[in-house]
Design a protein around this ligand. Structure first.
Ligand SMILES: [Cu+2]
Length: 695
């Protein structure tokens, strides 16, 4: 059933629940009704204090950036996503507030066009769920909180529910539930367009050992096992709660995940198509989503990086790219002081399965709960975090240059960001920071926006309309009046983030193929491993490295540009006609010129069938006379067609025997009969007889 609630700002709120209402859901609905009464005071988006107010350009060209405060959010954006229509979806569920653990569970849609926030009240508590953007731009939401840690076992219990947020209808659609609960799951879209989900605490608070694959077409989950492992996972194992300990999954050559998994493991789809898992615990793993196989990938230098981060550094758009992962900050041990160290797991220097671990310079500030954001310039900025468990803010963002491995401290924020905060790149190039929970039942309502240096470095290039997007391996044509000044083009995954991590964060540099006065054409990503299906922000950058605002595009493109030309098909109907000391060749044009005009034909010749070698080239004509021949020898020929791309395969074979022509017919013929009675005919006459069929 779908429930619509209209708040005092005349915004309609849609709520989807199962076909029947349980008593608990009914109680939650009562909570929703109560919400309507108090929405008015949240819906205060005056133009003097909006999240998307005009950007100040007063800063000098040397500015490293500038902060501005936006409007408050009415609920904590513990999970947040930029949607393909430019709106921001955020979700808090019970919002780390034990007073809300039985509802109401909330989400919100912020529309920057109208500066309005619509509140949703949900039947399930999606607090501490997982977020992923599907290929069609919908947001897949899995798991969340079944029970707070206020029960007898003192553990958080995960729910197994799953939803899609449908962007077109701005509503939540409940889909098939997962096999078991997940609180703090890891997940990401795969090159196939399906989504993997792993880890999280199950409905008894035990680490969920299953990997499940969501099929967005069927809207169902299936479990994937590791054929090289025999590990077993029993639901609720170790819990004394009633019902815990079964069922069990896994077994011989049908194993579950390696036991060193953590909740919210940092996972990244690498250019090899394998999934990297690392950055919380010291041990690194690779997982093959096609076979289900796990492989150990060694250890990082830090003993651990709990609530540190793992960021895929910018990718070159080539099939030889294997990727590098920046590992930075976090706690080496649970409860320990966070570190400022950084290292890179370099797969380009290693193999697809085993990175080379390289130490790089440390940040200036030790921190955990860090918020990584990829700028359109290819620099990674680490925002926020705390230098201790959750008290002392680090206000300074730090920008990592992945080419020179250097850090630059940026101007400090005025609002600190701690546990349960988020940071996302907006299409206009600003960074949106929000939320944070200093303690249970308290949250930071202030939004703060960071405008990086490129807002203060002269005119930015602009993209003047929707790009034409081709398939993987094709091209993307970007309309821009600044085409002549564009020197690079970046593609950044549209962000979705929770618990200080965007599992799908990535940037791909796209090679410029050609430029006109009004457009730039680049190579689209060569495959879905580099850029899994979905929505991306594409930016053009001028020679000073100043990026345009991002245009939201979908990969792969639905209607690509015409395919690039190929070589022609082979010429048709080759015929060879013998003459005296010459052979006359003729043929018909190929059925296809390959999308590019025929420029010439090439003639191949041999004295034996099938062994023709190059003889001569012609212009774009359909005949050739071979005069370099000897009479009474057999010649074999083939022909190819050539266009701007190259040469076709060879035509059919034709042969001829050049010879001396017969003499003109004589008036007489002679028969001789020798004395020994042998009849001899005049040979010329005999030839004419054959020619003219007289006797
Ligand atoms: Cu949480």
């Amino acid at each position: 059933m779908v429930i619509h609630i209209v708040n005092t700002n005349k915004q309609e709120i849609t709520m989807v629940v199962g076909s029947t209402l349980s008593r608990r859901e009914f109680l939650k609905l009562l909570g929703a009704g109560a919400m309507v009464g108090i929405l008015g005071k949240f819906a205060n988006f005056g133009p003097q204090n909006t999240q998307f107010q005009p950007i100040s350009r007063e800063a000098s060209a040397q500015s490293l950036g500038q902060w501005s405060i936006g409007a408050n959010t009415s609920i904590p954006p513990i999970h947040a996503a930029v949607l393909r229509n430019g709106k921001i979806l955020y979700l808090s569920g019970s919002g780390y507030n034990s007073g809300n653990q039985f509802g109401p569970f909330k989400a919100a849609l912020f529309d920057p066009g109208t500066n309005s926030e619509s509140i949703y009240v949900m039947p399930d508590d999606l607090f501490c769920c997982g977020f992923s953007q599907l290929g069609n731009g919908n947001i897949l939401i899995v798991g969340g909180t079944k029970d707070y840690d206020t029960g007898t076992d003192g553990k958080w219990h995960g729910t197994n529910v799953a939803y899609e947020f449908d962007v077109d209808s701005s509503s939540f659609l409940k889909v098939q539930s997962m096999a078991h609960g997940r609180w703090y799951p890891s997940m990401s879209i795969l090159p196939s367009g399906k989504v993997f989900v792993m880890t999280g605490y199950d409905e008894y608070g035990t680490l969920n050992g299953l990997t499940e694959i969501y099929d967005p077409t069927l809207k169902t989950f299936s479990i994937e096992y590791d054929p090289s492992s025999s590990l077993v996972y029993c639901v609720g194992s170790g819990s004394t709660l009633p019902g815990a300990g079964s069922p069990c999954y896994g077994g011989t050559n049908h194993g579950v995940n390696p036991s060193s998994t953590t909740v919210y493991s940092r996972t990244i789809v690498m250019p090899s198509g394998l999934v990297f898992r690392g950055g919380q615990k010291q041990s690194l793993y690779m997982w093959d989503p096609i076979t289900g196989k796990w492989t150990s990938a060694g250890n990082m230098i830090a003993l651990g990086r709990k609530y540190g981060t793992a960021v895929l550094l910018p990718l070159e758009n080539t099939t030889s790219e294997r990727g590098r992962v920046l590992l930075v900050g976090g706690q080496p041990t649970s409860g320990g002081n966070p570190v400022k160290t950084a290292e890179i797991a370099d797969f380009n220097a290693g193999t697809n399965l085993t990175p080379v671990i390289k130490s790089v310079p440390s940040m200036n500030y030790a921190r955990m709960y860090v918020l990584p954001v990829m700028l359109p310039t290819g620099k990674v900025v680490i925002f926020g975090g705390t230098s201790d468990m959750n008290t002392t803010f680090v206000f300074y963002p730090e920008m990592f240059d992945p080419v020179n491995n250097t850090w630059t401290a940026l101007p400090p924020a005025s609002v600190g960001r701690q546990y349960h905060s988020v940071a996302m790149l907006l299409p206009d190039g600003r960074v949106w920071t929000a939320s944070g929970t200093p303690s249970m039942s308290k949250f930071e309502p202030r939004i703060e926006l960071f405008s990086p240096w490129y807002f203060f470095a002269g005119p930015r290039p602009t993209i003047s309309g929707p790009p034409t997007v081709g398939p993987y391996g094709g091209t993307i044509t970007i309309p821009t009046a600044d085409a002549s000044s564009i020197s690079s083009v970046s593609l950044v995954k549209i962000p979705n983030t929770t618990h200080h991590y965007d599992f799908e964060l990535r940037l791909v540099w796209l090679q410029i193929q050609s430029t006109t006065s009004s457009s730039v054409t680049v190579s689209s990503p060569v495959n879905a491993n580099l850029a899994p299906p979905g929505y991306y922000l594409i930016h053009v950058l001028n020679s000073s490295g100043v990026p345009s605002a991002g245009q939201i595009i979908q990969l792969p493109g639905l209607s690509g540009p015409p395919p690039s030309p190929t070589v022609p098909s082979d010429p048709l109907s080759l015929q060879a006609t013998a003459g005296d000391a010459q052979v006359y060749l003729s043929w018909a044009a190929p059925s296809s010129n390959g999308g590019s005009s025929i420029t010439s034909y090439k003639i191949y010749r041999s004295a034996s069938s099938g062994t023709e070698t190059f003889l001569a080239a012609t212009g774009n004509v359909l005949s050739y006379t071979d005069t370099a021949v000897t009479n009474d020898q057999t010649y074999f020929y083939k022909v190819t067609a050539v266009n701007s791309v190259g040469e076709s395969s060879q035509s059919n074979e034709a042969s001829a025997i050049p010879s001396t022509p017969p003499p003109p017919p004589g008036p007489n013929s002679f028969n001789y009969t020798t004395s020994d009675n042998v009849s001899i005919k005049d040979t010329l006459t005999e030839r004419l007889r054959k020619h003219h069929k007289f006797s």
